[in-house]
Design a binder for this molecule. Structure first.
Ligand code: PLP
Length: 462
């Protein structure tokens, strides 16, 4: 798709104004191979749980669809009333190998039952096995691995490494260039380097050495990149102080990829100016786009890669992969829970499942099925719908009828309708329906889920 005009929604951030219905209502009963809806939605007995969460948690924690999970298995989510959804969220791009894969559960149980829950960063066999496995899988110039817990920690860590490295040649070489609309996490540094301006309203002292380029559109190329850098220079930035580019391999909210020539030009510029390129693969890594890492689509090398989410298919583990001289530039790297043995066991098992079940290639193959079905939806509503994505991540971009403006509310209504029909989606709050099932989803379940989305769109448009 063209990432143009209304479709370039990048600097805004979320815009949630619609409230999901929290009163049980009768909906048509569903009973198919993969979906069951047998109660009013939300079910009566989930209301007290939703109310308790609302009372004791931040309001923002109540933004997702009101499905109270009792169990999740492979690509399905169950509540305790007999309702069952096809999961198109992967718990926000985490369970790439499916929910509760038996091999992952066994690895966790074995570690819990026979070893320990925690060993700080004292040496352990399981951690040694995992970092070696990550090294072996990446098969590139990334020869060291630093394990952490959350995605934001990984991006923060990569910023620090980039700056320490830059300062080796010039004390002012600490500039970081990233993109409007990008998501790199919610801690202070990650938020500042990210490009969601709405979420930064409370930050008084913005880091003056972080710069945001506009997210390129489909007609952007190497010239666009060169012009963007020229503009940065014309605005007073000394380009010799740029230490790194931080690139979210596809922009999350819209599954938007960069034009190839643009990234190639960025890589070339970095090489010529002694800057490094960090790819944030926290959402896009481990097969999601049909390759191990999404940046492989651009046919360039990375200096640092931030990993999280789908690396483990469930337990919290993140990692920074990088060249030895970049990782070892900071003698202080360690973290209390980084490389937790139970998380390492889960991650190792999940990586093995990716290989054993050929899930990276499967993601590419299933992505073609998904894309074909989505194109049919676009063809029904070409003036309101566009799509973008690769492998098993796609976004359906929906604009208001006759207007060049995202329709955030109709998207919320569509995902609510899909929930009532047995398909679970995340809420982006930006006017996109984000599709990201586990890579293990069966072809017929994938088709069934998309047909529910198509049905829900038709019902909400009329
Ligand atoms: N980077 C990207 C691209 C993400 O999608 C996310 C989370 O959504 C993060 C970083 C932050 O990860 P975490 O929520 O684990 O801190």
């Amino acid at each position: 798709m063209k990432n143009e005009s209304a479709y370039n929604n990048t600097s805004t951030g979320r815009n949630d104004s619609y409230c999901f219905n929290l009163v049980p209502i009768d909906v048509p009963k569903i009973d198919t191979k993969y979906r069951k809806i047998v109660t009013p939605i939300p079910p009566e007995n989930s209301i007290s749980i939703l109310n308790e969460l609302k009372k004791y948690e931040p309001e923002s924690m109540g933004l997702e669809l009101p499905v109270v999970w009792e169990k999740a298995e492979n690509f399905q989510v169950f509540d305790k009333n007999g309702n069952c959804w096809i999961d198109f969220s992967s718990g926000t791009f985490v369970v790439n190998a499916g929910h509760r894969h038996p091999k992952i559960c066994n690895a966790i149980s074995e570690t819990v039952n026979n070893n320990y829950l925690h060993n700080y960063y004292f040496p352990s066999k399981i951690r040694a096995n995992l970092v070696k496995k990550l090294y072996d899988m990446t098969n590139s110039n990334l020869d060291k691995v630093f394990l952490l817990t959350t995605g934001a920690e990984a991006t923060e860590c990569s910023l620090k490494l980039a700056r320490i490295n830059g300062r080796k040649t010039n004390p002012n070489k600490i500039g970081i260039v990233s993109f409007l609309g990008a998501m790199h996490g919610k801690t202070l540094g990650a938020l500042m380097v990210g490009g969601k301006t709405k979420e930064k309203h409370w930050i008084e002292n913005h880091d003056p050495d972080m710069y945001h380029l506009p997210f390129p559109n489909n007609s952007s190329d190497s010239k666009t990149f060169e012009n963007d850098m020229k503009n940065l220079e014309n605005n007073g930035t000394d380009l010799s102080t740029i230490a790194a580019f931080m690139v979210e391999s596809y922009q999350g909210w819209g599954a938007l990829f960069y034009p190839l020539d643009y990234i190639k030009a960025l890589r070339k510029w970095a090489d010529e100016h002694d800057a490094i390129v960090i790819f944030d693969e926290i959402q896009s890594g481990f097969g999601r786009t049909g390759k191990l890492f999404a940046y492989e689509h651009y046919d360039v090398e990375a200096d640092l890669v931030c990993c999280g989410k789908g690396i483990s298919s469930g337990l919290p583990l993140s990692a920074v992969l990088g060249r030895k001289e970049l990782i070892d530039v900071d003698p202080s790297l360690n973290s209390t829970h980084g490389g937790n043995p139970v998380c390492c066991a889960a991650t190792l098992a999940s990586l093995q499942v990716l290989e054993d079940e050929n899930l990276i290639n499967e993601s590419a193959r299933k992505g073609l099925i998904l894309e074909k079905e989505l194109i049919d939806i676009v063809n029904q509503f070409p003036d309101r719908i566009k799509i973008s994505g690769k492998g098993l991540v796609f976004a359906i971009h929906i604009t208001k009828s006759g207007k060049n403006e995202y329709d955030v509310e109709v998207v919320d209504r569509i995902i609510e309708k899909a929930m009532q029909k047995g398909v679970l989606l995340i809420r982006t709050g930006t006017g996109t329906i984000k599709i990201g099932p586990p890579l293990t989803i069966l072809d017929d379940a994938l088709l069934e889920g998309i047909s529910v989305i198509a049905e829900s769109i038709v019902e909400c448009f009329s």
